[in-house]
Design a protein around this ligand. Structure first.
Ligand code: ADP
Ligand code: MG
Length: 489
């Protein structure tokens, strides 16, 4: 299977749903609690009890505007909430409140990395059609182990959680571009604090629309839609499988039918959920319970002035202000947690490249081994800065400091007291070091000979012997000095 369409050009457009990080739901005061007992975070509005009315969550609106501005959209002063009517057990009202005609925002774009001519890094712009606000539905649980054979349970904790839907133009041309685009969206949502955008937790979901057309054609082919893909891996696999399926159909002289598909990661195949589905099927109409949402221009401008720095701008700043390489800067802006940690530690310590090296090498490795996210670690940037300073000042050795990183990442703590408690303070006591050097020189006369005959490199071997004798705790700078002095005699 190939990621591109071979004889056909691949055309893809994404509909991305992202949960907004609010304390309560879009139209009710029910709190948003991930992992709560089923149906424990509900309110008469989420349950569609008679006589209740929706009340719009102002913070959700603010976050939606922020996301739209960060993605270069035009935010409209007037938008309309509409009812999207359909029947499903996890939708008690029988309609979802969404926006249809007159959405919050239109236009805009997201840049994704792409290989330019000759492999040079460049950018591709994916245009956005619109960003609108809507509420999430509940969850139907079909799992036999939980619901019992052939039964379905309904959990309404998710019903009413605020979402934005980000709809792209069909500008994407491969499975890889689709996941790059989604990664770019995730980064923007996280750096703007709009959403945790965690796919595993369902904060970020996406529907992928795929069609093929002959190369050079300027008309789009018939598309199919892959629903609710919840991992980057599945998206790439599902899109590849769908490209393959459509190619086979077209090569055999058949026509692709517009339909909604589900992807089964187990079999690696797509299967038809519904044939054709159009906006008409939903009979959208403006929700009579909600008046048009009017935003003052000053409100939009205030939010614009508060959009935080995005990953790309941070990475550029790390390069220009602190002289980091592009590659280091990109790695250090992989998430706001890493970028903030690096920035705080570098500010405190004063040598950004040194701090970058410690993070990219030791901290990242520890996180990987512990299967932890930096967000969940009690390790503070101040503690890292302090540890590195102790190495700089010869109070401990690189080796001892590196040995403490995993523990600091896992359980936090104060580097200075840890080093004292563990006896990891560097030995810089001149008497102790001179004795160790004298012993090593006496034990290795042949190397001393070599040194005097011009093999200056044996100093490194002798250094190593002294370090060994002191269990790696000798202050290397002090040892080097003593060795040079003794050998120079
Ligand atoms: P709906 O809400 O009915 O799914 P839209 O017309 O809003 O439909 O389109 C949804 C998504 O489908 C958009 O991201 C759009 O870019 C994409 N899309 C539309 N036509 C095609 C096509 N021929 N091939 C691939 N993607 C398409
Ligand atoms: Mg759709």
């Amino acid at each position: 299977m190939s990621a591109s369409g071979g004889e056909f050009e691949v055309v893809i457009g994404l509909e991305v749903h992202a949960h907004l990080r609010t304390k309560s739901k879009l139209f009710s005061p029910a709190p948003i609690l991930y992992g709560a007992e089923p149906n424990h975070s509900v309110h008469p509005v989420c349950l569609a009890l008679p006589g209740v009315l929706p009340v719009l969550n102002e913070h959700a609106v603010e976050l939606a505007i922020r996301a739209a501005l960060a993605m270069n959209c035009e935010v409209h002063q007037r938008s309309i909430f509409a009812r999207k009517n359909y029947f499903y057990p996890d939708l008690p009202k029988g309609y979802q409140i969404s926006q249809y005609e007159e959405p919050l925002a239109t236009g805009g774009w997201v840049d994704i990395p792409t290989q330019g001519a000759g492999g040079a890094a460049s950018k591709k712009r994916v245009r956005l059609t619109r960003i609108h606000m809507e509420e999430d539905a509940g969850k139907s649980i079909h799992d036999d182990a939980i619901a019992g054979a052939d039964a379905t349970l309904v959990d309404l904790n998710r019903a009413g959680v605020p979402l934005i839907e980000i709809v792209s133009e069909p500008d994407i041309r491969s499975a890889e571009e689709a996941t790059d685009y989604l990664r770019a969206i995730r980064s923007i949502l996280r750096f703007t604090d709009v959403s945790d955008a965690d796919m595993e937790k369902g904060h970020l979901r996406c529907d992928v629309n795929v069609s093929l057309r002959p190369h050079g054609s300027d008309e789009y082919g018939t598309r199919t839609e892959l629903k609710n893909l919840n991992s980057f891996r599945f998206i790439e696999d599902a899109v590849r499988a769908e490209i393959e399926r459509q190619s086979e159909t077209l090569r055999a002289g058949g026509a692709v039918r517009q339909c909604t598909l589900a992807y089964d990661p187990q079999s690696g195949r797509t299967s038809v959920l519904r044939i054709k589905e159009d906006a008409d099927d939903y009979r959208y109409f403006p929700d009579p319970d909600l008046i048009p949402m009017l935003l003052a221009p000053e409100q939009i401008e205030r939010v614009r002035s508060e959009v935080p720095e995005l990953a790309e701008q941070r990475a550029e700043r790390f390069q220009h202000e602190w002289g980091l390489s592009e590659q280091d800067a990109i790695q250090l802006t992989a998430s706001p947690a890493i970028a903030n940690f690096f920035q705080a530690a570098a500010d405190r310590h004063g040598a950004p490249q040194t701090v970058a090296n410690w993070i990219l090498r030791d901290v990242m490795q520890a996180l990987k081994e512990l299967e932890m996210a930096l967000d969940d670690s009690p390790f503070s940037p101040e503690a890292l800065a302090q540890l590195i300073s102790m190495v700089d000042e010869g109070k401990t050795t690189v080796k001892s400091a590196r040995g403490l990183i995993a523990e600091l990442v896992e359980s936090g703590g104060d580097p200075e007291s840890l080093i004292a408690e563990r006896g990891l303070a560097a030995v810089s006591d001149a008497g102790v070091l001179e004795r160790a050097v004298a012993e090593v020189l006496a034990e290795n006369p042949e190397n001393v000979e070599l040194f005097h005959s011009g093999e200056k490199k044996v100093v490194n071997f002798l250094m190593g012997q002294v370090m060994r004798k002191t269990q790696g705790k000798a202050d290397p700078a002090a040892v080097r000095e003593i060795l040079a002095r003794e050998l120079g005699k």
